[in-house]
Design a protein around this ligand. Structure first.
Ligand SMILES: O=C1O[C@H](COP(=O)(O)O)[C@@H](O)[C@H](O)[C@H]1O
Length: 240
């Protein structure tokens, strides 16, 4: 695991935009398409906004990138909590990504049906390949959740399915999420975390004993891929 610490959220987003664009260009030297899983929540907004501006707008061959989501809040697309909506507003629409490159988790159908449809889409996309995504961007909630793998939920223990749907009573909302096994087949996973509110949880996730039921972010350990944590000084404040 590699830890990258930046002064503040702005610096962190700038560092990540540079790092991600270099990584995309490097991978695209050897292949025609790049698969990028986006995270939701508030943390990556600034990063997406930067990626949609120069120099990245020109530098990244956007038509070669296929976008997926790590998880979705099952609310209508025009609801401001919708993860895909945020990515459209900040990145996909400004950049002009072709519609056929965008693979959203649908929220206009029953959550279980949406999860099944996404699993099918992924299985077909990756066929028999041992590796799945080129890059998975993840956030971490103050409670240690990542994707929609929340502490104490059954989906944390999922070993087989690539995508699951479930009701999250605490938020009165269904969620659709990738599971840890499919993310752990990615070539590269990048966490992004900012703010003092995440400091103690980050310490537990990175330096604490393994307790994935309490800290589901600990489940993310790519089998053969890279794992990076990009954090700001406030989030890193409790680390040894
Ligand atoms: O609910 C979610 O939360 C996490 C963390 O969000 P943040 O606001 O603390 O950045 C996010 O990664 C996930 O995609 C989202 O559905």
């Amino acid at each position: 695991m590699e830890l990258h610490i930046a002064k503040d959220p702005q610096q962190l987003s700038e560092n990540m935009a540079a790092w991600i664009s270099n990584y995309i260009l490097e991978v695209l030297q050897d292949q025609e398409r790049f698969t990028f899983v986006l995270s939701g929540g508030s943390t990556p907004k600034q990063l997406y906004t930067l990626l949609a501006r120069e120099p990245y707008l020109e530098m990244i061959p956007w038509k070669k990138i296929h976008f997926f989501w790590g998880d979705e809040r099952v609310v209508p697309f025009d609801d401001e909590r919708n993860n895909a909506r945020m990515a459209y507003e900040t990145l996909l629409t400004p950049v002009g990504v072709p519609a056929e490159n965008i693979h959203v988790m649908r929220t206009d159908m029953l959550p279980e049906v949406s999860a099944e449809a996404y699993e099918k889409l992924l299985q077909e996309y990756f066929n028999d390949s041992a590796v799945t995504f080129d890059l998975v961007l993840l956030g971490m909630g103050d409670d240690g959740h990542t994707l929609s793998l929340f502490p104490g939920t059954a989906v944390v223990k999922e070993q087989k399915a690539w995508v699951k749907a479930f009701f999250l009573p605490a938020q009165h909302m269904y969620r659709v999420t990738l599971t840890a096994p499919v993310v752990n087949r990615a070539a590269c996973v990048v966490f992004m975390a900012t703010g003092a509110g995440k400091a103690v949880t980050l310490k537990n996730v990175i330096e604490g004993t393994f307790n994935a039921e309490q800290f589901p972010s600990q489940l993310i350990r790519p089998q053969d891929g890279e794992l990076h944590w990009f954090v700001d000084e406030a989030a890193a404040g409790a680390l040894e």
